[in-house]
Design a protein around this ligand. Structure first.
Ligand SMILES: [Ca+2]
Ligand SMILES: [Ca+2]
Length: 480
């Protein structure tokens, strides 16, 4: 059925040509190319692209479209959507979404391959302005692939049991053997409100993916598929993956919640990351990690690289240090049970990085090498009407430093204190020798639940935006 219920069109500049936008109704689950099948609708759209709608009208729920071969990529602008839930696009006739061997070219025993561009359920390639929504997609190597593609909107889909690269792969891969990153080849995509599970990587922003937003998605792995190693919640692989936003998502069960690699100018805001080996790893510059809940992981946040400027502010980071290991050496994870990465913030993913003091610095001033030195808290053992924290910081001379203070119910299972409840901050300036003493006061219920004891920590963030590891814990109790 080809209908034209909407009289809108695309008026091309010059006014001489009007391209009619059509609606192609899919009401058959067959995959024989006949009218009103999904394959037929995509072929029709691609023959005359220009704002068409492929509208799947399910006659039953579930309405399972079991394909016999891959669908052609969708040429935009176009919309692919279902009028109600229950529409399943299933590649199970020729791909086993639970076995990586179905996706040749993957590296057996390692995590999903971010260079894989194989066997997607739906794809947009060298095109853009495609909206994909309200679908369930399963048993492919990739759920939705946006390859060298722009201005797409992928939302309200359920993508699960894929065994190649990712649930949603956004990539600018140009296919060259060298790596093929070209900044901006995939740009301005919006991926939101999707549920993604058992897909290896949840999503990827790789090889030139810019100005793309991932928000309000739920992604998880059960860590229970022996033929598909779990990998990253979102991975940005290769170079040029800058100016992306990852916010309001939930990640659980990955080897890395977010593996950002060298991606820069990122905003990572208000996510929940739990049950991963490494919550967030990032080596880029100008990365802001704010207001996230990062708990029950092995390690919380792991910035790395001397040039990194990773600002970690106002998060809730606690109850990490769990003995969670990734399997099979996937890119960012570890199989080493002796890995010291058990901290809430671990610069270098190598355990506590000690402060470098003046005696070890060639110029005679402290904190001459990254990471930013952390504060040292020191005060009495009790609080009364207020909690009074005192401490010192040794850093660069005449430096403006923002110190954030946190309270914790206890140490994590590995014995480190983190940042469970944010108490506030203050900005200080070190003296000409690089040293400063500070005090900070907070009301007598620092954990907000009447607890009469707490572990206090602090971080330091320098003027270029680089945040330290957490300080050692100071244990205090309320005076009786
Ligand atoms: Ca460290
Ligand atoms: Ca340092």
């Amino acid at each position: 059925m080809k209908t034209k219920p909407f009289a809108f069109g695309v008026l091309l500049f010059g006014g001489a040509t009007i391209a009619q936008a059509d609606t192609f109704v899919v009401n058959s689950t067959a995959d024989d190319g006949s009218a009103n099948t999904l394959r037929w609708a995509i072929v029709q759209n691609n023959a005359h692209p220009g704002g068409n709608t492929i509208q799947i009208v399910p006659s039953a729920s579930p309405f399972r479209i079991k394909l016999n071969s891959l669908l052609p990529p969708i040429i935009g602008p176009a919309t692919v959507t279902a009028t109600s839930r229950g529409v399943v696009i299933d590649g199970g006739n020729f791909i086993d979404g639970n076995n990586q061997a179905s996706c040749p070219g993957e590296t057996g025993g390692f995590g999903p391959n971010v260079r894989s561009l194989q066997k997607p359920g739906l794809a947009v390639v060298d095109s853009g302005n495609v909206e994909i929504s309200n679908l369930e997609i399963t048993n492919f190597c990739i759920g939705v692939m946006l390859l060298r593609s722009h201005d797409n909107h992928v939302h309200h889909n359920t993508i699960h049991n894929t065994s190649g690269a990712a649930g949603v792969l956004v990539t600018g891969d140009d296919g060259t053997a060298a790596g093929g990153s070209t900044t901006g080849l995939s740009t301005r995509n919006l991926i939101e409100y999707n549920t993604v599970y058992e897909t290896g990587d949840g999503m990827e922003c790789t090889r030139g993916t810019t100005f793309t937003t991932y928000q309000f998605n739920t992604m998880f792995e059960f860590r229970g598929r022996p033929n598909v190693p779990y990998s990253q919640g979102i991975e940005c692989a290769g170079s040029g993956n800058d100016n992306n936003v990852i916010q309001f998502n939930a990640f659980k069960g990955y080897s890395d919640g977010l593996q950002m690699n060298s991606a820069s100018n990122l905003l990572i805001l208000e996510n929940i990351i739990a049950g991963t080996t490494y919550g967030i790893t990032t080596a880029g510059a100008s990365v802001t990690i704010k207001n996230n809940l990062i708990t029950a992981n092995r390690m919380g946040v792991g910035p790395s690289g001397a040039a990194s400027h990773v600002t970690i502010t106002r998060n809730r980071i606690y109850n990490n240090g769990k003995p969670l290991l990734s399997v099979a050496g996937s890119a960012g994870g570890t199989t080493n049970p002796n890995s010291p990465a058990l901290l809430g913030i671990d610069f270098g993913v190598n355990g506590v990085s000690p402060n470098d003091l003046a005696v070890s610095c060639g110029d005679g001033f402290p904190d001459c090498t990254p990471p930013q030195n952390f504060p040292v808290l020191s005060s009495g053992s009790t609080w009364n009407s207020t909690v009074n924290l005192a401490g010192t910081l040794a850093s660069r001379p005449n430096a403006s430093i923002t110190i954030e203070f946190f309270a914790n119910h206890g140490l994590n299972v590995a014995g480190f204190a983190e940042g469970e409840v944010y108490l506030g901050s203050q900005t200080v300036t070190t003296d000409p020798t690089g040293n400063i003493s500070f005090t900070f006061s907070t009301p007598a219920d620092p954990l907000g639940d009447g607890s009469t004891s707490a572990y206090f920590t602090a971080t330091a963030t320098n003027a270029s935006g680089q945040t330290s590891e957490f300080s050692s814990a100071l244990s205090l109790r309320r005076a009786q």
